[in-house]
Design a protein around this ligand. Structure first.
Ligand SMILES: Nc1ncnc2c1ncn2[C@@H]1O[C@H](COP(=O)(O)OP(=O)(O)OP(=O)(O)O)[C@@H](O)[C@H]1O
Ligand SMILES: [Mg+2]
Length: 280
């Protein structure tokens, strides 16, 4: 994108150089110039489709290592924003500064069926030791020993682990997750939450997680934002420590607040443990 007055949103380099982390920015400015510079800086981003405005001026900062969850009703524009940050949409306007390297994980793991798991993970990786890195990434997500497996032989959770390995092996400064656990069963989802939390602690990318699961957002994120009518109508820090429990009053209060913002009347919001709050 450019910083020019008639702004276009950047096309962050998905094929960024293999060098170490410093964030690059679109357009040709580099993020990370100052210690206080966020990894992601979005200002006035707009997107319309056929004259219908879906994003009406988004402002959002994400610090390096910060985990932001994005909620919003179906069709509110969450994936549209994520695609813009991934450089997959060149028709948006506004300004977005993003790290040089990003990685995206979608609900569908999108593994190439004709390539073995290890080859999927190292696909496009230009390091001399790509194979070793990919092997290590697979071990990190609990798929050590499955390098030669075909994608079709993986369970849904395993395939999504492979997709996470493929993302993290690139050492992204920004990890974009679009409902990555939406297709998984509840138990697998819990395990994936724990895995993702560990991976993010270790690798410290800035993270934007799009989800419909309010509990998932509170369990994982440092901040939760809500997209309503093309803008971020709420952007709340999650004031909970490392071990998060649904029964914690801070948890239930934030949950109720988010559900209200989403227009959901949730009778069980104060009942605590075990209740999964999803909306659509
Ligand atoms: N390429 C496109 N052409 C036309 N309309 C589009 C296009 N992409 C998205 N839209 C529209 O923009 C709106 C926002 O779509 P988007 O996929 O961002 O929603 P979302 O918040 O991710 O929804 P969901 O939670 O269902 O995934 C929708 O009304 C959608 O139909
Ligand atoms: Mg979507």
């Amino acid at each position: 994108m450019t910083t020019a007055p008639a702004t276009t949103v950047p096309t962050p380099t998905a094929t960024a150089p293999a060098a170490a982390a410093p964030a690059a920015t679109a357009p040709q400015a580099r993020a990370g110039d100052g210690a206080s510079q966020p990894a992601v800086r979005v200002r006035g981003v707009r997107r319309e489709f056929a004259g219908r405005e879906v994003l009406a001026g988004i402002d959002l900062d994400i610090a390096a290592g910060e985990f932001v969850a994005l909620l919003g009703r179906s069709g509110s524009g969450k994936s549209t924003l994520l695609r813009i940050l991934a450089g997959l949409d060149s028709d948006a306007t506004g300004q977005a500064t993003v790290p040089e390297r990003d990685a995206v994980v979608f609900q569908d793991p999108r593994l190439l069926p004709w390539a073995r798991v290890l080859d999927n993970v190292q696909l496009g990786l230009r390091h001399r030791d790509a194979r070793a890195r990919a092997t290590a990434a697979l071990a990190e997500v609990g798929l050590g020993g499955r390098e030669r497996a075909w994608p079709a032989t993986l369970s849904g959770g395993e395939a999504q682990r492979a997709a996470l390995a493929r993302a993290l092996v690139r050492s992204p400064g920004l990890l974009l997750l679009d409902e990555p656990f939406g297709a998984l069963d509840a138990l697998t989802r819990i395990r994936m939450h724990s895995l993702l939390r560990d991976l993010c602690r270790r690798h410290r990318p800035a993270v934007l997680l799009v989800t419909h699961d309010v509990d998932e957002a509170i369990l994982l994120a440092d901040r939760v934002a809500v997209l309503t009518d093309g803008r971020l109508s709420l952007d709340e820090p999650v004031r909970l420590g490392g071990a998060r429990h649904r029964a914690d009053p801070t948890f239930t209060a934030l949950r109720a607040r988010l559900l209200t913002e989403l227009g959901v009347v949730d009778d069980e919001a104060s009942e605590g443990d075990g209740h999964q709050a999803e909306y659509c």
